[in-house]
Design a protein around this ligand. Structure first.
Ligand SMILES: [Zn+2]
Ligand SMILES: [Zn+2]
Length: 456
């Protein structure tokens, strides 16, 4: 069809939002008069495809480039992209600007940074999920029977970390699909009312009785969805796990009771040990690298049991000795101690891995306080100067270190034009010479560079 009014794409605007504005500017009452339903769904999903961009260029009579802010998470276990397919909006922004922002569709993004109010995916008045329709541009409900201006309703959405949001969404899939959710990894997330999903599943995750009745029991009974077995602690917030590491892990005692009563137990559950964590969860939740895990494993802070090392194709590792040891060597919290996360940015440049810091903590070389109340890295408190001094010395004592390209660029503020200058000033031997940034995957960064920068 011929389009009379052509528009300019606004900064941060989502593709589907742009299409809706285009439809509205051309006097169309529904965006479906401009494009078909199926195409609309595809637009709400991702970056524009080659074919769509040609279609757009033709339609708008100019070159059209659309870049999404939302990264595609190809390695995500549950979804390939954390983008909701249904509209999630700040109605205040819409009422002020009429522009649908692309970043709003990210599942981890729950609040508008301008208005500090929660995003909504359903009309607070009539409870109908919002659709991609022209009424959105004015901040109105898209249900033709309602069409009310979207308003503030006090919602009880807890403040959630990204990890907790993932847990809630995972749980939603487990419950909705009755444990059959991992046969196929969906590309996009089609939750209709995200706030409702978050608040109800957060309740289940944090209530022992609900969790046992709704998650553990059905899993044991049906032997479905092994990923949701309680030793997959990714299901819990780590805060919850660590608090319970000091006590009997309640779910395990429930399980023990359950096993006593039920004779028919699938064999995989029989020898399931205590505080196990899957390798990829250790990386994701504790933020350890493979190298960190290997080193800590060598120091017996992580353990594995023969024959049980691999369970259902996953490497699982026993982690409680790390936490017990940290707790055992912890000193009193001093007033000058600061959270590791706060200091982390300052020591990042020294590229001292966390395993080295943990070894020093346990050998008594570094004093620290371990509060065991939060996730691991949030729970560690240090004297800032002492930690920086340690990191500096660690770096200088090791012959070379390897640094990721992203870190390298952000720490040293390197652009393409600096590469030549760096090569010259560092007198690097040919094989360690830095090449064009775009071609580098990892850089073996010689100590020379660090020495140069941190010699004072
Ligand atoms: Zn806003
Ligand atoms: Zn409504």
């Amino acid at each position: 069809m011929a389009i009379t009014v052509k528009l300019i794409h606004k900064s941060g605007e989502s593709l589907v939002g742009f299409v809706i504005r285009l439809a509205s500017s051309n006097g169309l009452l529904s965006v479906r008069d401009l494009i078909t339903n199926s195409k609309l769904t595809r637009f709400s999903m991702a970056k524009i495809s080659k074919r769509d961009s040609l279609w757009f260029s033709n339609l708008l009579k100019r070159d059209f480039v659309f870049e999404s802010d939302i990264p595609l998470l190809k390695n995500n276990r549950f979804f390939k992209s954390w983008r909701l397919t249904q509209p999630k909006v700040c109605f205040k922004c819409l009422q002020e600007t009429g522009v649908l922002q692309d970043k709003w569709q990210h599942m981890h993004c729950l609040k508008c940074d301008i208005h500090d109010s929660s995003f909504i995916t359903a009309c607070p008045t009539c409870k109908t999920p919002l659709q991609w329709e022209v009424e959105l541009l004015e901040g109105r409900c898209t249900n033709k029977e309602c069409e009310q201006l979207l308003v503030d309703k006090n919602s009880n959405i807890p403040t959630l970390s990204s990890m907790e949001i993932d847990d809630c969404v995972l749980l939603n899939r487990i419950l909705e699909t009755q444990g059959n959710c991992f046969t196929q990894q969906p590309v996009y997330c089609d939750i209709q009312d995200i706030n409702q999903v978050l608040s109800s599943n957060y309740q289940v995750l944090n209530n022992k009785v609900l969790f046992y009745d709704q998650v553990i029991k059905p899993i044991i009974k049906n032997s479905k969805c092994l990923y949701a077995y309680p030793s997959n602690i990714k299901l819990f917030s780590l805060k919850f796990l660590i608090q319970h590491l000091n006590k009997a892990w309640p779910i395990l005692s429930w399980l023990a009771d359950y096993f006593k009563k039920e004779k028919q137990v699938p064999s995989i559950f029989e020898s399931y040990p205590e505080h196990w964590m899957r390798m990829q969860d250790i990386e994701e939740v504790l933020k350890f690298s493979r190298e960190d895990v290997n080193q800590l494993y060598r120091k017996s802070l992580f353990k594995s049991k023969r024959d049980q090392y691999f369970i259902k194709g996953c490497t699982v590792i026993e982690i409680s000795s790390l936490f017990y040891t940290l707790l055992g060597n912890s000193t009193k919290n001093r007033h000058n101690y600061q959270s590791y996360l706060k200091i982390h940015n300052k020591i990042k440049a020294y590229h001292t891995p966390i395993f080295a810091i943990i070894e020093a903590m346990i050998s008594g070389e570094l004093l620290y306080h371990y509060s065991s109340k939060h996730t691991l890295l949030e729970s560690l408190f240090f004297d800032e100067q002492e930690l920086i001094e340690f990191s500096k010395n660690w770096l200088l004592a090791h012959t070379s270190t390897s640094i990721g390209l992203d870190d390298f660029v952000s720490i040293f503020d390197v652009g393409e034009s600096n590469i030549d200058a760096l090569n010259k000033s560092l007198l690097l031997p040919d094989k360690t010479k830095l090449y064009r940034l775009s071609k580098l995957k990892r850089i073996a960064l010689p100590n020379q560079l660090h020495r140069l920068i941190y010699k004072n």
